[in-house]
Design a binder for this molecule. Structure first.
Ligand code: GLU
Length: 291
């Protein structure tokens, strides 16, 4: 197993098969880990049960294998890690930094959350979410591609949900706990999550976790500028030609694969890609429209 100390990950939500946009995150995180002679882990983010489609995890893993993107170690499923999230929530509660919130989405359609329930008296009988208090200190980090990014959570986002009204843990809490527990050193993912990162750094700081490095890749959009997703009829992956898909993904990431690579098998294409992976060639933008 590779052992440079670098640990990266790909963390798909199993709401359907991978589409071209999620392939970009898979490939970018894989190449970054392999070029650093590090480990590349895969974590199935099925904490959001209503979004989880039965069997989608298996399809995603098969897709990764067909692309030649083989991971290290065991696959982790968030649905099996509730006890870790409970412990993190208990710590945050013990710091006096959480509060129950009975606001509905309709009550607070505008961001940032206005603090409606922050000082309300707890009534545990009413169904509620749990929010984490924020403050107005600036949280900044330097993304390896997108550069410096800052937010003041209280004014930009407001206190945010870490446990939902339906009893499920929220993505921000689960992702931070898992990245820390798996000792991830660098997170490579889509730039649609750039503005989530300060919230995640806030949780890391409160829980005493290290903050990993971040690299947010451009996301693929449709002609209207929306991120492609299963909902927007994302282009399904061309199962007949995994090297064709890899070629297009490398091209999207500005890596200029040689023409001959088009006909290569996935293994030689990935070998070329690991050797030639160059961060400075990735377009420094948050969105790229699929031609
Ligand atoms: N599970 C998230 C997604 O599929 C990615 C989370 C992350 O990489 O932090 O969009």
């Amino acid at each position: 197993m590779p052992n440079s100390g670098y640990i990266g990950r790909f963390a798909p939500t199993p709401s359907g098969p991978l589409h071209f946009g999620s392939i970009i995150a898979a490939l970018g995180s894989y190449l970054q880990a392999r070029q650093c002679n590090g480990k590349w882990l895969v974590r199935i983010e099925d904490v959001d049960l209503p979004r989880t489609v039965p069997g989608a995890d298996k399809i995603i893993l098969k897709q990764l294998e067909s692309l030649g993107l083989f991971w290290d170690g065991e696959i982790i499923y968030q649905s099996q890690r509730t006890s870790l999230y409970v412990a993190a929530l208990e710590s945050l509660k013990s710091f006096g930094l959480t509060f129950p919130c009975v606001c509905t989405r309709k009550d607070i359609s505008d961001k940032p959350y206005p603090g409606t329930c922050r000082d309300a008296i707890e009534n545990s009988k009413t169904s509620h979410s749990i929010r984490l208090k924020t403050n107005d200190q600036e949280i900044s980090f330097t993304d390896l591609l997108q550069g410096r990014y800052s937010q003041r959570l209280e004014s930009d986002v407001g206190d945010f949900v870490i446990k939902r009204t339906d009893g499920l843990f929220a993505y921000h809490l689960a992702v931070v706990v898992d990245d820390a527990e798996q000792e991830i050193t660098e997170i490579v993912r889509g730039a649609d999550l750039l503005d989530s990162t300060p919230r995640q750094i806030h949780i890391q700081t409160l829980l005493g976790y290290a903050t990993p490095d971040y690299l947010h890749l451009p996301v693929v959009t449709d002609k209207a500028g929306n991120k492609i997703s299963k909902q927007s009829h994302a282009e399904a992956i061309d199962h007949t030609s995994p090297s064709n898909v890899l070629f297009k993904a490398l091209d999207f990431l500005g890596q200029s694969p040689p023409d001959m690579a088009f006909d290569s098998d996935t293994e030689s294409l990935l070998t070329w890609a690991i050797d030639n992976w160059t961060l400075k060639n990735i377009p420094k933008t948050r969105k790229i429209m699929l031609a």
